[in-house]
Design a protein around this ligand. Structure first.
Ligand code: ATP
Ligand code: MG
Length: 573
């Protein structure tokens, strides 16, 4: 492909509206153009990168036995009434009326439509299991669509839905998708982790988010350096707790004056203790009700874990005034002994001995406090936030905290939609049963952005080879030089004939701007045809990522480049 014949318009200027690097580079490299908020046109290079992701996704979905379909983007409200989501779904669902005043929406996801397909087409256990998928444009009226392809209003998603006769079948379908997702993101050449996500009331590990590791990610992840363990910080399990004792023998509870000392570190210092020997009491509002939460003094409460333990929909820290008005308890001096409100404790607190804690009286703390003897929480569990100093809960290895971008999400749905919409089949015993479902999404267009977030430098994009719109950019440094141009044309033809995806920069531009554009576009290999051709019959091959260069004899260049690319793609899977 000739650069001069492709619509590529690059810019040096940093686009003012773009806050994240992938958005900036996609605009500067001429991959996408904004139509209006959250809506983008893919120009040829952007579309080429998108198609690369789609191809990998499609191949792996097919390999996993899923069948491709294509559902409408416009959906009738009736189906959403059946599932109950017409009212539940927030303003992200774009609702409108057609000319007959029928309520419709633009599909943000397709559970309703696919369940309707299943209940019409599937009647017998013989037709199951089935996994149906599509690659399609979704619309979600996101409140702040500001990160380009990372969070558009319109975006391309691969969504798949499995239907099974029973739980075991559904779990097998789930595992098949999890394996397929691992292959997909590996083949994309991305550094990623599958993390356990909120599985809601289902329990078990039947929801995973696939995260591309990149500094600009919106989620913080805890990942093990030694094993596969990865979790969202909000969910990351603390390793098994150990005892923190202050002396062997159980002491008596003693009230000590601690005037003006509200902070754990100050109290500990005053009492000559370590912060690990102080019980910290935090007051939360859980669905409007005050709940005290105990953690060891050197720990922080993780609100999502708290929310899950309490089975609450909303938890937030209560402010001091609210606590005082409702309980007359002085924040900073609150503790579990004789506490008149409900309290829960982190598991670690139950292993503390002779601890210090607030006395529920302004200016006083208690020492020699022992769980069990002096207080009993309503509930105990893993409530603290994990830190980089913690060890892996599975293997004891060192942990790392990093940011991640959600590119995929798999979920065992159960019968939420099939029961509501009556998607039933006749089982082997002649009984009518409800199908068990799973749903599996990949943000195809977000993958392109995430790849750039993870792979770039000051000069531009550094595409992983499997996602690059072209594998090689071939630079002709002097169009007026007959020998150079003849060699470049020859290489262009040879590379194309060898199946290499090559963009031939045949523009009448200064070498400097050709080098700059080549870096900006992020094409993994650059072949430069210049003076070397005349001098000793060589061309230069440079890897975009490492910057390594080698001189290759013109006659061998095509074979060497083709072999290199083949080997690299094979290594990605
Ligand atoms: P997020 O938490 O990022 O809003 P989500 O959990 O709502 O995403 P899902 O319903 O799980 O998204 O959709 C499946 C996948 O679609 C996500 O994992 C993500 O990669 C992608 N995706 C979701 N919303 C957008 C968006 N606005 N723009 C681009 N991709 C998106
Ligand atoms: Mg999700």
């Amino acid at each position: 492909m000739r650069y001069s014949q492709l619509l590529i318009t690059t810019t040096k200027e940093m686009p003012a509206e773009a806050e994240v690097i992938s958005h900036q580079l996609l605009l500067r490299a001429g991959f996408i153009r904004k139509l209006t908020s959250g809506l983008y046109t893919y120009l040829p290079l952007g579309l080429a990168a998108l198609r690369k992701v789609e191809k990998i996704v499609r191949e792996e979905m097919n390999r996993a036995g899923a069948q491709e379909i294509l559902m409408p983007m416009v959906q009738p409200a009736d189906l959403w009434e059946e599932s109950g989501r017409w009212k539940q779904y927030g303003p992200e669902l774009l609702r409108f009326k057609d000319r007959h005043q029928r309520d419709c929406c633009l599909g943000p996801t397709h559970e309703e439509v696919v369940t309707d397909v299943a209940r019409r087409e599937i009647h017998s256990y013989r037709q199951l299991p089935v996994n149906l998928y599509q690659i399609q444009t979704k619309f979600r009226d996101e409140i702040r669509p500001r990160f380009g392809l990372m969070r558009g209003r319109e975006f391309v998603m691969k969504d798949a839905y499995s239907f099974d006769v029973n739980e075991e079948g559904a779990e097998a379908s789930y595992r098949r998708m999890r394996d397929a997702y691992n292959r997909i993101f590996k083949r994309c050449g991305l550094e990623f982790r599958a993390v356990e996500a909120d599985s809601g009331s289902i329990g078990g590990s039947f929801s995973h988010e696939f995260m591309v590791l990149a500094k600009t990610g919106e989620d913080t992840l805890v990942i093990c350096q030694s094993c596969d363990y990865a979790a969202n910080l909000e969910k990351a399990k603390a390793a098994a707790p150990v005892r923190t004792e202050n002396g062997d023998a159980m002491q008596d509870c003693v009230k000590v004056a601690t005037p003006g000392l509200k902070k754990v570190d100050k109290v500990a210092e005053f009492l000559g203790l370590d912060t690990r020997q102080v019980i910290k009491t935090m007051i939360y509002l859980a669905d409007g009700e005050l709940v005290a939460v105990l953690v060891r003094g050197d720990r922080e409460v993780q609100p999502v874990k708290l929310k899950n333990l309490l089975n609450a929909t909303d938890v937030e820290l209560a402010d001091d005034d609210t606590v005082w008005q409702k309980t007359k308890l002085p924040v900073g001096y609150i503790g579990p002994v004789g506490l008149p409100i409900k309290f829960v404790a982190d598991q670690e607190v139950m292993l503390m001995g002779n601890a210090a804690t607030g006395a529920n009286e302004k200016g006083f703390h208690l020492t020699g406090v022992n769980p069990g003897r002096d207080f009993t929480p309503a509930l105990t569990g893993d409530l603290r936030q994990v830190t980089a100093e913690d060890r892996c809960p599975l293997c004891g290895g060192a942990l790392r905290l990093t940011e991640g971008i959600e590119v995929g999400h798999i979920f065992k749905l159960g019968t939420k939609y099939s029961a509501a919409m009556n998607a039933v089949f006749q089982d082997t015993d002649g009984q009518e049963k409800v199908m068990i479902m799973g749903c599996y999404g990949i943000g195809v267009s977000r993958v392109v952005a995430a790849a750039i977030e993870q792979n770039h430098d000051a000069n531009g994009i550094i595409f992983p080879l499997p996602l690059a719109p072209f594998q090689v950019i071939l630079l002709n440094l002097d169009l007026k030089n007959a020998a150079i141009t003849a060699a470049a044309e020859q290489l262009h033809n040879e590379l194309e004939a060898a199946g290499v995806e090559v963009l031939y920069d045949d523009r009448d531009e200064r070498p400097g701007s050709k080098f700059k554009d080549a870096d900006l576009l992020g094409i993994p290999y650059r072949v430069t045809v210049g003076k070397g051709v005349e001098k000793d019959g060589t061309v230069e091959l440079r890897a975009r990522r490492s910057g390594e260069t080698v001189m290759l004899p013109l006659a061998q260049a095509t074979a060497e480049i083709a072999a290199k690319i083949k080997a690299e793609l094979a290594a990605a899977g």
